[in-house]
Design a binder for this molecule. Structure first.
Ligand code: NPG
Length: 373
């Protein structure tokens, strides 16, 4: 494949409701959408789409949207444009000289992969080796202003058919909300919590109290760098330990599994540098008997569709944060992803996602930059 040009569209999409986590409250999603224009091996024009999941500010990880745009335009694209044999499978190797910036790298790999799949009229799920036509849909619920509002919110998502509830927690808003949800909805509700690294090992006695609520897992209670400490906390808790922010690559996953820091892994393609690295982590975890599920970064329909295909791999045995588009957006920039009977259908068309809807993309675009080759 030969790249002709890349368009970087920064979109600002209002959320249907504020989304509060331990690192802040989001009311809009800023995302960098990649429109890659290239020629396939027959010289025919093809367009590939990608989405960079980096947030507007470096609050979840060190990357942020404006920084990712710079890295993509100034460093990543020139390397790929100069490549003699550019394929999705060689992007990671070609970009090795650039240190870090995994979300930026994931986005360009995604655009190259989408173009490659479309040029071959290939469905992403088939390319990956997916084994399901639909995947169970879990929903992530932000920290709510009151327990009553939390209970109403949980009820609302259960009424929509979501099969698993994830509650964001933070110090001071953890035990009481989890107890209230467990008491209201009973022991059969698939329930887990996500702390986004808000605690320290000093909080172990408090976190151990979560063992009373029969949770599926506790996600990233400690810091991104704290593999050894998560292993120590895992030894002190019955609730399975799940890592998110810490798992930035297959190598980090191998370290976490070996140290006993993760009994479950949340795989996010953007966080680990792309869907191909995500599949490597899936394969590694499976070989170690470690369950994985697909996390979400409030993606638009581009990333949301691709995540549904990834989650259809056999090792994704726990419901992921793959909710319908309307969980976050009134209008998506692609055909909306919907939840039917608790599941999201794995996309059936060629490529990673359905083509973005130009009017919707234009409506939310706050800046478009053409990167010439
Ligand atoms: O369903 C979704 O797309 C969001 C799931 C979710 O809670 N994502 C959280 C997380 O910590 O995992 C997040 C969202 C946005 C940015 C960073 C993290």
């Amino acid at each position: 494949m030969k790249i002709d040009e890349l368009l970087l569209h920064t979109v600002s999409m209002p959320l249907v409701a504020p989304f509060t986590t331990s690192f802040g409250t989001q009311t809009e999603r800023i995302a960098v959408i990649l429109e890659l224009r290239a020629r396939d091996d027959h010289g025919d024009p093809v367009t590939g789409w990608g989405e960079c999941v980096a947030m507007a500010e470096p609050l979840y990880s060190s990357e942020y949207a404006a920084g990712a745009r710079r890295v993509i335009g100034d460093f990543l694209l020139p390397i790929l444009a100069a490549a003699e044999h550019l394929t999705a499978e060689t992007v990671d190797h070609l970009l090795k000289p650039i240190v870090g910036h995994r979300m930026a790298k994931a986005a360009v790999e995604m655009a190259v992969l989408d173009a490659q799949l479309r040029s071959r009229d290939l469905r992403f799920a088939d390319y990956l080796g997916a084994v399901r036509d639909s995947v169970p849909s879990g929903v992530s619920i932000g920290i709510q202003p009151s327990i009553d509002q939390l209970l109403d919110t949980v009820q609302g998502y259960l009424d929509q058919g979501y099969v698993r509830i994830k509650l964001k927690i933070e110090p001071g808003r953890d035990i009481a909300p989890v107890r209230a949800v467990r008491e209201r909805f009973g022991d059969d509700l698939l329930l887990q919590v996500d702390a986004n690294a808000a605690y320290t090992l000093v909080d172990a006695p408090l976190l151990r109290r979560l063992d009373d609520f029969n949770l599926l897992l506790i996600e990233q209670p400690l810091g991104e760098e704290d593999l050894r400490q998560h292993a120590e906390l895992a030894r002190q808790m019955r609730t399975p330990m799940c890592l998110d922010e810490s798992i930035v690559s297959a190598e980090a996953a191998a370290d976490a599994i070996t140290l006993g820091a993760a009994a479950v892994i949340n795989i996010k393609p953007g966080r680990v540098g792309g869907y191909l690295e995500a599949r490597k982590i899936h394969d590694l975890a499976r070989a170690h008997g470690i369950a994985v599920w697909c996390g979400g970064m409030i993606e638009t329909g581009i990333g949301r569709a691709a995540n549904a295909a990834l989650a259809a791999l056999p090792g994704f045995t726990l419901p992921g944060d793959i909710s319908a588009s309307d969980r976050f957006y009134r209008t998506d920039i692609t055909e909306p992803i919907t939840i039917d009977n608790g599941s999201v259908t794995v996309p059936t068309g060629p490529g990673l996602c359905s083509e973005p809807i130009r009017d919707a993309l234009a409506e939310f675009t706050v800046d478009s930059t053409r990167i010439p080759i």
